[in-house]
Design a protein around this ligand. Structure first.
Ligand code: NAG
Ligand code: NAG
Ligand code: NAG
Ligand code: NAG
Ligand code: NAG
Ligand code: NAG
Ligand code: NAG
Ligand code: NAG
Ligand code: NAG
Ligand code: NAG
Ligand code: NAG
Length: 746
């Protein structure tokens, strides 16, 4: 039997035309430029619609006019160099490297914050390019316009020692990368550092940032210094015939750019269209495509067969005495039984092999499916899903958490109508709804279901059914019927702390004593989460937008979706970095190791927000940096919210600022624990306004049991705090449930 590699060969042909290499390989013998026009400049080939000289380029907005620099192989579309133009709609050009360098006295040495654009139809390819920041005390942003909207994105690169930086690992230590949005035609880079490189100056005086072709840039540890010599790096640009889509372009025959035997396709994400040859044709679609002579390939039709080329296709016909095998693969077999059997055997064998393959594939996919189902069930079980289900159903009559039917929730939200949406959280949409009994609820619907989100869902249910605090948003129940998990919460009337702080009208009503109380309430929740069990629970996404306020301004912490139990035996967990820029613990960002001190950091930022009324990240400035700078200058006053900085508050404001400063210490171990923070804030709040504090006892030997709850006065709190037997907090919970949480965390 003969094996004829038809399929792999055609695959290869497809591959080589897909590759970005220029399209004038001798195998494809077609002209790429207009007749009489230069098709090369140095070793760069120039396919039409690009062209050098009058009449040689597509005369549409002059986007395709190129000049050939005599001095070298480079092309210029003034003033940009262009190389590797492909007919698939891309070319390569070079883009500036932004830098921000310091001398050893913390003074700025040189700085370049470049922007780059080739104009609207030229898009920086969002999958082929990456925004990259390099440095050890660095963050940078790239802003610009994509489609007609502004975008901005960025990342932080840090390190303490040069040998922390690893070749190839662009994951936050010395180097970070992020995607740019699709459709971006302007990139405007701005760079900055946290401490002017003062701590890392000896081995990294500069921050670098640039958008670069992903495949053309590989990170090496040396790059934290040696990029100073690099002026520009390659970037991939998508080109199109601007500014119409195919259906518009086809209307006007005189300006339609696709030639004979080619078809038009809309370029995704770009303002225009491109052309490609029809099946069976090759060439430059903008000049017209020619028929491919498939029969030029001597193996095209196989043995005992004659190849006939046709327009756009070809035919294989058996020579005399042979006929087409009727199994459909077009093979020609001899018309004789005697000669036939080895072929039949061969076909039979290969057919057998094929069906075996198909069978094993089906078997395999069935097996995968079953395994998935099983793991999902197991997963659900492991995460306490079944316990959860039982728990929920047994407490259904008890008025606690209950199970809702999907229909019920559909009715409550007017079939999840858009007008009912009140927020979009970390992993889903929140709807406002009204139950049959007129109770107003908030319903959280996951965006989609993948395992991680189911994980987060179960996590949140598990945590919330066990946490029964006035200061945590109450979970009323959930709906397990649907594939998309639904959680039903009490509805909190008055929006988020974020809205209250950053709306002038509302923030003027947030007095200092209210802010202090809110702070102590949040601190109470965190202290409780961190100490409730020996694997502490970490909220992971503390921010003002996750703190809801009720009509008495009582804080309600929400969004436990990303919370984690920390396992008892390792007090740090490596996890995917999750959180919100500006609140995110820099140490966690750098190391990926999560501890409860990450919550302390985020809480510190919320404290600063409460003190200053300023947004955490505004005009590319981090509030934390400004805050620390003001403390250094001994000028906290300039940062404070005018509305609260009256003379009688000043002492307390300073004390809270000091707490905040400790909370945002760079090193996690320098940050206080939430318990101490809570204690200090409660004392301050009590001074600000006599309030009664509920406490619950913690059996400090086991560090988990909660025995009772009573109301005490401020004096007792101080006493208990010093013995370590009490913690001023606001929770009730039940022992057996607590065990469930703890065991399910393993
Ligand atoms: C390419 O085409 C030209 C003319 O069309 C012909 O002279 C030349 O031999 C061809 N080359 C190959 C490799 O087919
Ligand atoms: C085109 O790109 C390839 C690989 O990306 C490179 O090797 C080649 O030199 C480039 N051609 C030109 C003319 O720049
Ligand atoms: C540079 O700034 C850091 C703090 O950012 C400070 O500790 C250091 O003393 C400064 N060095 C000089 C030479 O000013
Ligand atoms: C960092 O450099 C800038 C610009 O030179 C300067 O204004 C600022 O005070 C420096 N910061 C520190 C901490 O030295
Ligand atoms: C971006 O580049 C990739 C591969 O390099 C390509 O598949 C994709 O179509 C390009 N995007 C656009 C919008 O052209
Ligand atoms: C780039 O950003 C800077 C400020 O960040 C701005 O001043 C400048 O105008 C921007 N450039 C462009 C071309 O948008
Ligand atoms: C990064 O460093 C490596 C190793 O020193 C070097 O070969 C490479 O050229 C550098 N990258 C750039 C873009 O300069
Ligand atoms: C093409 O553009 C027109 C006008 O902008 C629009 O109405 C039409 O839906 C577009 N067609 C396609 C296929 O996108
Ligand atoms: C068609 O295209 C030609 C050439 O680009 C232009 O002059 C003419 O105005 C266009 N007609 C319409 C109806 O768009
Ligand atoms: C905040 O300031 C506004 C005017 O700036 C004032 O009317 C309001 O009473 C102040 N609120 C508090 C709580 O001090
Ligand atoms: C809460 O919202 C209600 C209705 O919007 C409003 O009447 C009330 O004054 C708000 N209360 C607070 C404390 O903001």
């Amino acid at each position: 039997m003969e094996f004829i590699p038809v399929a792999p060969l055609s695959f290869l042909v497809v591959l080589s035309t897909v590759l970005l290499s220029s399209s004038s390989s001798p195998a494809n013998n077609f002209t790429i430029a207009k007749p009489g026009c230069p098709d090369h400049c140095g070793d760069v080939s120039i396919p039409f619609p690009f062209g050098i000289g009058e009449g040689c380029y597509l005369d549409q907005n002059s986007n395709f006019r190129l000049d050939c620099k005599s001095s070298g192989p480079n092309l210029q579309r003034s003033p940009f160099e262009v190389t590797n133009i492909s007919l698939e709609g891309q070319f390569r050009t070079s883009n500036y490297v932004g830098y921000d360098c310091y001398d050893k006295h913390n003074r700025s040495l040189k700085f370049n914050s470049p922007w780059f654009s080739l104009g609207v139809p030229y898009i920086f390819n969002s999958t082929a390019n990456k925004f990259t920041v390099i440095g050890c005390d660095s963050y940078a942003f790239v802003k610009g316009t994509s489609d007609s909207r502004e975008y901005s994105t960025g990342c932080t690169a840090m390190c303490n020692y040069k040998d922390d930086v690893e070749d190839g690992a662009c994951s936050g230590i010395g180097c970070c990368q992020t995607s740019i949005p699709s459709g971006a035609w302007l990139i405007n880079v701005s760079l900055s550092s946290y401490y002017n490189h003062s701590f890392v100056w000896s081995f990294n005086p500069c921050t670098f940032a640039f958008v670069v072709e992903d495949d053309a840039f590989q990170f090496f540890a040396d790059n934290i210094t040696n990029l100073e010599r690099v002026e520009a790096l390659p970037v991939i640009v998508d080109w199109v015939i601007a500014y119409e889509n195919c259906s518009e372009a086809k209307i006007n025959k005189s300006s339609y750019a696709c030639g004979l035997n080619s078809e038009c396709y809309d370029a995704k994400g770009a303002l225009g269209y491109r052309c490609r040859c029809n099946q069976g044709y090759e060439g430059n679609p903008y000049l017209g495509c020619q028929d491919i002579d498939e029969c030029g390939n001597p193996y095209q039709c196989g043995k005992y067969s004659v190849c006939t080329n046709k327009e756009g296709s070809f035919e294989c016909n058996c020579i005399k005495g042979y006929y087409k095998d009727n199994d459909g693969d077009g093979r020609c077999v001899a018309d004789s039984k005697k000669n036939n059997w080895p072929i039949i055997l061969g076909v039979g064998l290969s057919g057998g092999a094929v069906s075996l393959l198909i069978f094993s594939f089906c078997f395999y996919s069935e097996w995968i499916k079953r395994k998935e189902k099983k793991t999902r069930e197991e997963f659900f079980k492991n995460n306490g899903g079944i316990i959860l289900q039982q728990k929920l159903s047994t407490t259904a009559q008890g008025g606690g958490t209950r199970i809702f039917t999907h229909e019920e929730l559909q009715k409550a939200t007017n079939d999840f109508d858009k007008s009912q949406i009140i927020g979009r959280g970390g992993f889903g949409t929140v709807f406002k709804g009204e139950l049959m009994d007129k109770k107003v609820v908030a319903i959280k619907k996951s965006r989609g279901v993948n395992e991680r989100q189911v994980d987060q869902f179960i996590n949140e249910v598990m945590l919330l059914t066990h946490i029964n605090s006035r200061y945590v948003v109450k979970l009323l129940g959930c709906c397990l019927e649907t594939e998309v998990p639904l959680l039903v919460y009490e509805y909190i009337d008055n929006g988020t702390l974020f809205e209250h702080l950053h709306n002038r009208l509302k923030s003027s009503k947030l007095s200092w004593s209210i802010r202090l109380r809110i702070a102590s309430e949040i601190a109470g929740v965190l202290s409780y989460l961190h100490s409730i069990a020996s694997p502490p629970i970490i909220h992971r996404d503390i921010k003002s937008a996750n703190i809801l306020l009720d009509k008495n301004y009582a804080a309600k912490v929400s969004d436990f979706g990303t919370s984690r139990l920390i396992l008892a035996d390792d007090d740090q967990v490596a996890t995917m970095v999750q959180g919100t820029l500006g609140y995110l613990d820099p140490e966690y960002m750098q190391t990926g190791l999560l501890t409860e001190k990450s919550d302390v950091y985020s809480f510190g930022i919320v404290l600063i927000e409460l003190l200053t009324g300023k947004k955490v990240l505004e005009a590319e400035k981090f509030l934390s940096n400004q805050f620390l700078a003001s403390l250094k200058e001994n000028n906290l006053a300039r940062m404070l919210d005018n509305n609260i900085s009256c003379p009688e508050n000043i002492e307390q404001l300073n004390e809270v600022a000091m707490i905040a400063k400790r909370c945002i210490s760079v090193r996690g171990e320098d940050r206080p624990c939430m318990r101490d923070v809570e204690r200090e804030l409660v004392l301050l709040a009590a001074k600000a306004k006599e309030i009664s504090i509920e406490v619950f006892e913690i059996d400090s030997s086991k560090n988990k049991a909660l025995l009772g709850m009573h109301s005490i006065e401020y004096g007792i709190c101080e006493d208990s705090a010093s013995t370590g037997q009490y913690s001023a907090s606001h929770f009730t919970t039940q022992q057996p449930l607590l065990d469930t949480i703890i065991s399910s965390g393993r």
